[in-house]
Design a protein around this ligand. Structure first.
Ligand code: TYD
Ligand code: MG
Length: 453
């Protein structure tokens, strides 16, 4: 039978189909099929197997030796922690994020530290020339050791070079610019991304090389998202943040060698990324005192509490349909909480425009912030400020009840450390924070809130 000229791939999961389908039969994503030239069965099979180059023999579980020093600790605590305690030997790590968020900068900084630790590093960029990388490196400060740079898109050449040079750490920036000659599709297409990652996987596992892959997350459609990649690599890190603010969060969404709970916090400066060791202090810079509409809360990022300021502004509307804006928090959650306020406390919010904002540019999505959002709205609506040195946390249900939150002790401890004196929290959490030494106000329904101003 004649070979079909093209096949269809799902952008989300990489599933293959001979014809276009509205819904992917494997992952059920809608409108995710893209057409690509048929690469041929042979090369697909070859790339799909991730086996090391030499034939391996099975080993008994009881005799397998584990070396504990297989991690390289870079000393950048925010980075090491997200990886589960340092860079694991022979691992394949995907660093994803929006274009321009700072992925190349982060990895170049890590390379710089590795070079200082006498680790052989090869930085391969398919996007920038060697000169451009040098310019960036100069902005980041002095390099103690040296790293090798290469500007190349052809993965066959890269593979040869890596096998010849055997560096300890390789950075591929970015996977969307890499191609293999035997695949007919364009760089960045699902089949190229899948096949090139397959090759890199074999390099990493077969030759004991740690490989960092940069993957751009693009807006719908154009390029294959790193979703396809996520299944193949050991660790997936996402570098998030707002291009308009300096605050960046490195988050592990998959980690075969550690917890996915951890986040690393960085600040983008003119001389590269700087660690933010105490995110709470950073987030609370410039918080107004005694202003209606401003409420401090504590959220959990993994195992770490971070204090934030929630701001709300309610003002009379001149529109038929009042305007609602939520920045940094879920818009629907804000609408829901406003509906609860309207129904349970009789606030006339349908005559008000309302804007809710997480100050500092952080994005949070935790029910424990509900009470702080409600307090901020109430505070702005009634034009009364909450007492100084007060923090608020708790989940709010649809009937106006205030429900307990997890890790209340850690939140209280962080508040105490930063000099806060009073916590408004769910009644059920009172017992767990009783030893914090702070003044505690337990609440169980939103009808109890107005008298706290
Ligand atoms: P970059 O690492 O190139 O992003 P990515 O690789 O994720 O596409 O970062 C680009 C942005 O970072 C750019 O807008 C400029 C900014 N930047 C700084 O603010 N300071 C610096 O020292 C560097 C190197 C970049
Ligand atoms: Mg880049």
């Amino acid at each position: 039978m004649a070979k079909a000229k093209s096949v269809f791939f799902c952008k989300e999961c990489g599933a293959e189909s001979p014809k276009w389908l509205g819904q992917c039969p494997a992952c059920k994503a809608w409108d995710s099929m893209v057409e690509e030239p048929n690469a041929g069965k042979k090369s697909i099979n070859k790339a799909a197997s991730a086996s090391p180059v030499k034939r391996a023999m099975p080993e008994k579980l009881s005799t397998v030796k584990v070396q504990n020093d297989l991690r390289i600790v870079t000393g950048v605590e925010e980075f090491d922690r997200v990886l589960g305690g340092g860079i694991v030997d022979s691992s394949l790590v995907l660093v994803g994020g929006d274009p321009g968020i700072g992925k190349s900068t982060l990895l170049l900084q890590i390379c710089r530290i590795l070079a200082g630790l006498d680790v052989d590093v090869l930085y391969i960029s398919g996007e920038e020339s060697v000169g451009q990388i040098k310019m960036r490196a100069d902005r980041l400060g002095d390099f103690k050791g040296d790293i090798e740079l290469l500007s190349e898109n052809n993965l066959d050449n890269i593979e040869e070079l890596v096998i010849e040079k055997r560096p300890k750490v390789v950075v591929i920036d970015s996977i969307q610019t890499m191609f293999r000659e035997d695949i007919a599709a364009a760089p960045g297409s699902v089949s190229q991304v899948r096949e090139t990652t397959g090759s890199l996987l074999r390099l990493a596992k077969g030759y004991g090389i740690t490989i960092f892959i940069v993957g751009h997350v693009t807006k719908e459609g154009v390029v294959a998202g790193p979703r396809v990649l996520e299944h193949m690599v050991d660790t997936v890190l996402y570098f998030e943040g707002d291009n308009s603010t300096d605050y960046r969060v490195l988050r592990a969404v998959k980690n075969r060698f550690g917890s996915t709970n951890e986040v690393g916090v960085f600040e983008m400066r003119s001389d590269g990324l700087k660690e933010v060791r105490n995110p709470s202090e950073y987030m609370l810079q410039g918080t107004p005192v005694g202003e209606p509409g401003s409420v401090i809360t504590a959220t959990m990022e993994g195992t770490r509490p971070i204090m934030l300021e929630i701001q709300a502004l309610c003002c009379q509307t001149s529109l038929n349909i009042p305007r609602r804006t939520a920045v940094g928090i879920d818009y629907n959650r804000v609408n829901l909480l406003m509906a609860v306020l309207e129904k349970k406390l009789g606030l006339k919010l349908s005559f008000c425009d309302a804007y809710v904002n997480v100050a500092g540019g952080m994005k949070v999505n935790e029910p424990a912030l509900d009470l702080a959002i409600i307090m901020a709205l109430l505070s702005s609506y009634s034009n009364k400020a909450l007492g100084e040195k007060t923090i608020v946390f708790g989940e709010v249900g649809l009937t106006g009840e205030i429900r307990g939150v997890s890790q209340a002790e850690q939140r209280a401890a962080e508040a105490a450390q930063l000099g806060y004196e009073h916590i408004i929290l769910p009644k059920v959490n009172l017992k767990s924070v009783s030893r914090s030494g702070l003044k505690l106000t337990g609440v169980s329904h939103i009808s109890e809130l107005m008298r706290l101003f």
